[in-house]
Design a protein around this ligand. Sequence first.
Ligand code: GDP
Ligand code: MG
Ligand code: ZN
Length: 303
Amino acid sequence: MTQSAFVLSTTRKYVTVQVGDQAPLIVTKNRTCPDLCPGDEVLISGATPDISVEHLCPRRTIFQRALGPREKLLAANLAHIYLITAPAPLFNPQALDRVITAAAAAGIPCSLVLNKTDLPGTDETLKLINSSYLSVASSIVCVSATTEEGLKPLKTAVQTMNGSTPTFIAFTGLSGVGKSTIIGALSGSELARQGELSERSGMGRQTTSQAYAYHISHTNLFLVDLPGIQNFGLTHLGIEQITAGFPEIAQAIAQCRFSDCKHDSEEYCGVRDALSAGKITNQRYQSYQAIIGEITIFSNRDH
Ligand SMILES: Nc1nc2c(ncn2[C@@H]2O[C@H](COP(=O)(O)OP(=O)(O)O)[C@@H](O)[C@H]2O)c(=O)[nH]1
Ligand SMILES: [Mg+2]
Ligand SMILES: [Zn+2]
């Protein structure tokens, strides 16, 4: 019998899937199985314990990162990304810029969440966020997952996305910013990573290093805990896609006199003018130049 299923998590040999409202099921990847990630819709067939993935359904969106040939699928069919950050020392704008750009290129709305607002340093971090991300993020949300301050509007926003078909919403950010705590608080229950396999022992085991989509029972919502955004390469994108992730820079580039302007030390550069005028923050400018530099290195290597 062939059934439709949604991928919750993957390892090299196995895939944990959700079929309807049943408990998660572990199925095997056969040799022809394409690279899968949480959010993928697949067709599975066979009888327990020999169920395997037969087909990958077309993806509506694909969120990924890449550093040259090292490409990594992070999650498929995401309806929204909540990019979590926290006050210093966990506030890392370079990482935020990269995720925001990847989300924009993938056509996925991305909100910025400042978590741990109960901690000192919140005001300074919020000032930095407001100076750089007001026009870049879909929305900016402040919460404390531990005191639950500000959590209600976030919960409402997530519940509003519940519809008649499965909806995947990702929570991403650097390790320690509170992704797992927020997902737990939003779902209102202790979420076990059911059926997850340790490849070596074949036994169920908990792990936090891998992306995992939690199905909120009696809804069509899946909350994806998506770690691993450090070293977030964007070499799968072109210059135009990178620039689209920096709307304030895109606007300034229109004023550069030379079409091959590198916005470095050239004269008549709209970007450097906007930087001097405070319309682009130095941090965003540095991020942009670093990402463009990186994709240039890899495109030179290819040809
Ligand atoms: N003070 C404070 N600590 C928090 C908050 N949210 C999470 N934490 C703590 O931060 C640490 C990392 O949280 P965790 O959810 O594991 O982060 P993850 O690595 O992003 O999944 C844990 O010790 C949490 O208890 C918060 O809003 N305020
Ligand atoms: Mg975690
Ligand atoms: Zn320029």
